[in-house]
Design a protein around this ligand. Structure first.
Ligand code: MHO
Length: 225
């Protein structure tokens, strides 16, 4: 495979393969969106509110809902077990951490298989953890997508770049490229993975250079909200 620097490439917004869904609440959804977006096997991400009873939650009127990320993943490339490992490794879930309902630690399963795997992983983490886990496991119910400005939040900070890849509101929750860039731009995924994926993402050389510069600057910097 070679990389053509001159031709106008097709940007990889749409990936049409069979996917499964995973839904996690693990604190502020901006950072989780970047974390999972750059994970191999993750096809699309969107952030929103779920797990509560109040109707039509919004960021400023979230009611009893929780900030969650909904992931469309290719189960042939990444397993639910692997996504759960990332879940446990990337947020606070001890009962002594006092957090509001907005940031509840939550696994929302989409089928019985996911439920069993989630329950087993909960037991395994609990057995090596001194405090009681605050993580809830519940059946995925209504997911309310968050406002556009919360989707791919880190990527949207790069206005001109977003314009250059044609990112409009119709693509914020569906674009594979946007999910990836939302991670790479803050240093998630790493340079090697970015360079390997570059030929299929369809970025031109100027865009690729922009991403490399940001990736290098932010790598290892953490994902604070
Ligand atoms: N520290 C951020 C959290 C945003 S998040 C989407 C803020 O206060 O705006 O919960």
């Amino acid at each position: 495979m070679y990389y053509n620097f001159d031709l106008q490439n097709t940007l990889l917004h749409d990936v049409d393969i069979p996917t499964k869904k995973a839904t996690f609440g693990m604190g502020c959804f901006w950072s989780n969106d970047s974390l999972f977006g750059a994970t191999l096997g993750v096809i699309r991400t969107r952030v929103g509110y779920a797990g509560g009873t109040t109707k039509n939650p919004h960021y400023r009127s979230i009611g009893d809902h929780t900030e969650v990320i909904e992931i469309d993943y290719d189960p042939k490339t990444v397993t639910y077990e692997e996504l759960l490992e990332m879940f446990w490794a990337n947020h606070e879930y001890g009962l002594t951490t006092k957090l509001k309902r907005q940031y509840q630690s939550m696994i929302m399963y989409h089928d019985d298989e996911q439920r069993l795997v989630a329950e087993a992983s909960h037991r395994a983490v609990q057995s090596r953890c001194n405090e009681t886990l605050r993580t809830e496991i519940a059946k995925a119910d209504v997911f309310y997508p968050a406002e556009d400005y919360h989707q791919k939040y880190r990527l949207q900070g790069h206005k001109d770049f977003c314009r250059s890849i044609g990112l409009d509101s119709s693509k914020l929750q569906t674009s594979h490229l946007a999910a990836r860039l939302n991670g790479y731009l803050v240093g998630v995924g790493g340079m090697n993975q970015f360079d390997q994926e570059l030929p299929k993402l369809g970025l031109n050389e100027k865009q690729a250079e922009y991403v490399r510069r940001e990736l290098e600057r932010n790598e290892g910097g953490g994902l604070a909200c």
